[in-house]
Ligand binder design. Sequence first.
Ligand SMILES: Nc1ncnc2c1ncn2[C@@H]1O[C@H](COP(=O)(O)OP(=O)(O)OP(=O)(O)O)[C@@H](O)[C@H]1O
Ligand SMILES: [Mg+2]
Length: 311
Amino acid sequence: MPGVTLEARELSKWFGSRTAVESVSFTAHEGEVIGLLGPNGAGKTTTIRMLSTVLPPTAGDFEVAGVPSSRPADIRARIGVLPESSGYPGHQTGLEYLTYHARLFGCSRDDAKRTAVRLLGQVGLTERANTRIATYSRGMRQRLGIARALVNDPAVVFLDEPTLGLDPAGQKEILTLVRTIAEAHGTTIVLSTHTLPEVEQVCSAVLILDRGKVISAGTVADVTSADANRQSGRLRVPPGEVPRAKEVLAAVPGVTVTPDDRRDVVVLTATDGMNKALAAVLNAGIPVLSFEIEGTRLSDAFLALTRGGAS
Ligand SMILES: Nc1ncnc2c1ncn2[C@@H]1O[C@H](COP(=O)(O)OP(=O)(O)OP(=O)(O)O)[C@@H](O)[C@H]1O
Ligand SMILES: [Mg+2]
């Protein structure tokens, strides 16, 4: 069994009264690619920033490569990060940039250059090694950023939306690279994304975040099948019947009533289709004025991804 390289325990982050991440726990092993999937504002970047020691957690702790979160400098020596949006010095060449970063980790000039040349090869930028970064395409910059994240031969690499803004070919290059790095070096990779196909192509496990919470976790197969039947809906009943409708619905297995103050609408989520929920309300003699079914935000994200992905 490959060793544990990352363990997060009940990590939480509040910004003032806003909860960005709430009690996120997970474990990752050598060579594993973990996907953090979720809509805008779900807490992906905040989670990555805590694990990469940029932001201190409000609560909870973690270990990276056996180093506890109480020793952030030691963790930084063992990780690589591609931040959500990173700037590059356009006047430098790719080779200069990577050599400089390898030097920051204490390599001699010769070793730093050797590392830079090797990494440029690994990310497919050998031909552009001596041209200025300003002339690189977005995909090339992302690959250069990944190369930079690897200069210290890290145990764990965090990539925050590495494929954002890339065309399907560019996305595929990055994903292939991610898999190669994990397989060839046993590196653990945590990558965040909005898009499910990306997770399906490259991740061994996935953590789905929504409003700061893990709403689903496991292998990609587990998570997609668990989500396939999840639906949410809005049930309109006569205003006086709302409390009773909520009570009846809350007793149906798999149904969750979402807090909502509207007088005549009950918002609910069901993990196994809506039929039982609707039947329960009708059986209780509550008139149903209208019933709209919609995907959850998660299913929406999945659908959008599945449709929008490189097919
Ligand atoms: N420095 C900050 N100060 C206040 N609120 C913040 C800060 N950083 C993040 N947040 C809030 O925390 C929540 C989670 O944000 P986060 O950036 O982690 O989401 P995300 O999943 O990375 O979203 P996206 O897909 O848009 O990148 C959001 O509500 C965001 O507004
Ligand atoms: Mg983000």
